[in-house]
Design a protein around this ligand. Sequence first.
Ligand SMILES: Cc1cc2nc3c(=O)[nH]c(=O)nc-3n(C[C@H](O)[C@H](O)[C@H](O)COP(=O)(O)OP(=O)(O)OC[C@H]3O[C@@H](n4cnc5c(N)ncnc54)[C@H](O)[C@@H]3O)c2cc1C
Length: 210
Amino acid sequence: MENPKLVVVYAPEGALEIINRATRTAYRSHDKEKPGTREAFVQNIIKSGHESVIEHVSVNFELSNISRACATQILRHRLASYTCESMRYVTMDPFEYVVPAGVENSVEAMKLFEKAVTSASTAYSKLIALGVKKEDARACLPIATKTRMFFTYNLREVRHFLHERLSPRAQREVRMVAVSMYDQLSDLYPWLLSDMEEAYEKAVKSLEDK
Ligand SMILES: Cc1cc2nc3c(=O)[nH]c(=O)nc-3n(C[C@H](O)[C@H](O)[C@H](O)COP(=O)(O)OP(=O)(O)OC[C@H]3O[C@@H](n4cnc5c(N)ncnc54)[C@H](O)[C@@H]3O)c2cc1C
């Protein structure tokens, strides 16, 4: 299975400063900041559950190499903005799809799967050739069809997404997206995700088994 490709398109450099400032507004404590304590201050605020302050920073992501099945799960997260590749305007040519790890593991399963997707993509191409609109022809394509999206989460939604999707109960493909999001954001904002390290390690380990 090809890995989902998640790119952090934009993450503000001044995130910590913005959150610190917003939080100190609540406590009228702008003049009480001690040098070198900002990260610990914000980490404590997050730990205390006063998470609305991290909503003031948003990150833009671009995600590709995912199936429609994975996209559907990501789109369930509502406190976000999404732009998805349109199957009404884009012709699925060449037809690309994601093979689930559980199928890839077995020669017999792989044969069956390949047969089904090839038959669907052949039908799609024939419908397009007959002059059927893309928006109608797409109905015969599987949820393994590859897609891409651009989306924006504020940091509270990032934490919520990771909380749900790093879980071993989350589907493997979406778990891979969560692991990649954690990898990149923990480098950029180490103070944001330090309490999620254990969940991250578990998710990484769970991806070793197919
Ligand atoms: C392991 C797993 C299995 C799942 N299985 C299924 C399934 O079988 N069927 C299915 O339909 N879905 C399933 N889901 C999707 C799940 O039900 C949620 O729709 C999805 O995870 C988004 O989570 P959310 O609603 O908490 O998040 P978001 O939409 O990201 O919202 C973030 C938070 O904002 C608050 N919020 C947002 N909107 C509202 C609202 N309207 N009212 C009150 N509070 C709100 C909530 O506190 C919410 O947790 C599954 C998810 C996981 C992780």
